[in-house]
Design a protein around this ligand. Structure first.
Ligand SMILES: [Zn+2]
Length: 489
């Protein structure tokens, strides 16, 4: 009897040990918890608990998200506070042309369903916040559902796959928190004055160089999407999703291509890591003898596929901007012009999870930036529509857009110019950090690509226009040259 009792105790002890080990193995439990609460911009008084703030921009305006790490005391004194993990992401609907994909219900309800969040009944509304029933997930916490958007707190590891919980027409934006001491109310963004560009024969001759050959650009594109054989010395990838090994392989290939293109002008490239859960940004620098202010040209090399699919060729989004950046590097590397301002050519990762790579990069940037131009989705041209070039209608530096528009008229006048309500890409991270920035896009109006955020986003399909892609790439290089300034070498 005594012997049996002793055996039972040992067994129970072993079980307790096993379950303790399992708890410690769960990565989510190691994430720091914060207390969050929202205040509309009209609320002037700050809560004594507040230690950090992030700006939440959406179509309905500007809201401030406060947080404090001392969650126990704050949670007791704030009626609408929520406790969650340390990253916060804004979910908002993307401007996609109606009728492309038989959507049912409101965007918000579909987004909540994708997050496995069901609306509780009755709905409690308090200061613009709506109560929802949340799944018991320590890695994800709904902070608010105000206006047309959602704010969700996630762990750093869950951030890398947050797009697995979104509909294809959801845009994500990682929110950057600042210490409350550095907080000021909405500052006016700078609108620098650029010199009016004049047609320059040296620029025109670079634009007509073989760097922009359609066949060369298409060959790069097909390697990126996997439609052509990928380099055996690096390995194959089926996706450039930020959290995959494939993205790291694609990144290695991109870096080697850029180093080869830029070696003649003493260019150099580095992996710029910001999270163990994401493939790194790739940052290339082209030096100049003159001024210190940078001109930045960028694209995002990460991709996203159909919900639940591991295939993400990202031919248009953003293989198009990525291959345009490769072409621009080839043109700069063989250019007979000596730059006056340094140029940075950057491939961002984490764009699809909320401009994550660019938000880390731009908020850490110490240099001054004269102009940042993002190339994202350049190639889809709906059958029957002309060659187009569009600019964002919000969250952008208007004088930067105006400069690029003027340059386009000088060098590629066949592009029909306009604006898009689609939002946003990595230029927004620069703009948020008070650097002048704009974005070039494929279409005047909302997104019309039927393969947007789809595993069918390949190059070999109706509507994919390498002609439009290379035309826009030329506009971007000419704009960068005009703002950087140059001398004939
Ligand atoms: Zn994109």
């Amino acid at each position: 009897m005594i012997e049996l009792k002793r055996t039972a105790t040992v067994l129970l002890g072993a079980l307790a040990l096993a379950s303790t080990t399992a708890v410690f193995a769960a990565p989510a439990s190691t994430s720091q918890e914060w207390t969050y609460w929202l205040l509309s911009s009209s609320t002037s008084s700050l809560h004594s608990c507040a230690s950090e703030v992030a700006k939440v921009r959406d179509a309905s305006g500007l809201t401030y998200l406060y947080r404090a790490s001392s969650h126990a005391s704050c949670a007791q004194s704030l009626t609408t506070a929520t406790v969650g993990p340390e990253e916060a992401v804004l979910f908002k609907p993307e401007a996609v042309e109606d009728g492309t994909r038989g959507l049912e219900g409101s965007w918000k309800m579909r987004a909540l369903e994708a997050l496995s969040i069901t609306q509780s009944s009755p709905v409690e509304e308090d200061a613009g916040q709506v109560a929802f029933h949340l799944p018991t997930s320590p890695s994800m916490q709904l902070l608010s559902a105000h206006g047309a958007s959602l704010v969700v707190a996630v762990t750093p590891s869950a951030l890398a796959t947050i797009d697995h919980h979104t509909t294809f027409d959801t845009r994500l934006q990682r929110l950057v928190f600042q210490p409350l001491s550095s907080f000021s109310t909405l500052t006016d963004k700078p609108e620098p004055k650029y010199n009016k560009p004049k047609h320059n024969s040296h620029v025109a001759s670079i634009l007509s160089s073989s760097a922009f050959n359609a066949s060369r650009i298409e060959s790069d594109l097909r390697i990126l999407t996997g439609e052509s054989a990928q380099p055996s010395e690096i390995g194959e990838w089926h996706s450039r999703h930020s959290a995959t090994y494939g993205a790291r392989l694609a990144g290695r290939w991109l870096k080697s291509q850029m180093e080869a293109s830029l070696s003649a002008v003493n260019g150099s490239c580095e992996f710029w890591s910001y999270s163990p859960f994401f493939a790194p940004n790739i940052v290339c620098s082209v030096p100049a003898s003159g001024e210190e202010e940078w001109v930045v040209v960028s694209a995002h090399y990460d991709s996203r596929g159909t919900f639940g699919s591991t295939t993400a060729p990202g031919g248009d989004d953003d293989g198009s901007g990525t291959s345009a950046l490769l072409a621009i590097a080839r043109a700069l590397g063989s250019s007979p012009l000596a730059l006056r301002s340094p140029v940075r050519l950057i491939f961002f990762s984490g764009e699809e999870q909320g401009l994550v790579g660019s938000s880390h990069y731009a908020s850490a940037l110490k240099e001054k930036v004269k102009l940042a131009i993002q190339m994202d989705m350049l190639a889809y041209r709906h059958p029957g529509e002309p060659l187009q070039l569009a600019f964002p209608d919000k969250f952008v530096t208007q004088s930067a857009t105006d400069l690029v528009r003027q340059v386009a008229e000088l060098y590629v006048p066949e592009l029909e110019q306009g604006y898009t309500p689609a939002c946003c890409s990595d230029h927004q991270s620069f703009w948020e950090n008070n650097f002048p920035a704009t974005w070039v896009f494929e279409r005047n109006g909302p997104i019309k690509d039927p393969m947007y955020h789809n595993s069918g986003d390949v190059v070999d399909r109706d509507g994919y226009s390498v002609e439009q892609l290379r035309a826009i790439a030329k506009v971007v290089l000419a704009s960068a040259l005009h703002v950087a300034g140059f001398d004939k070498a």
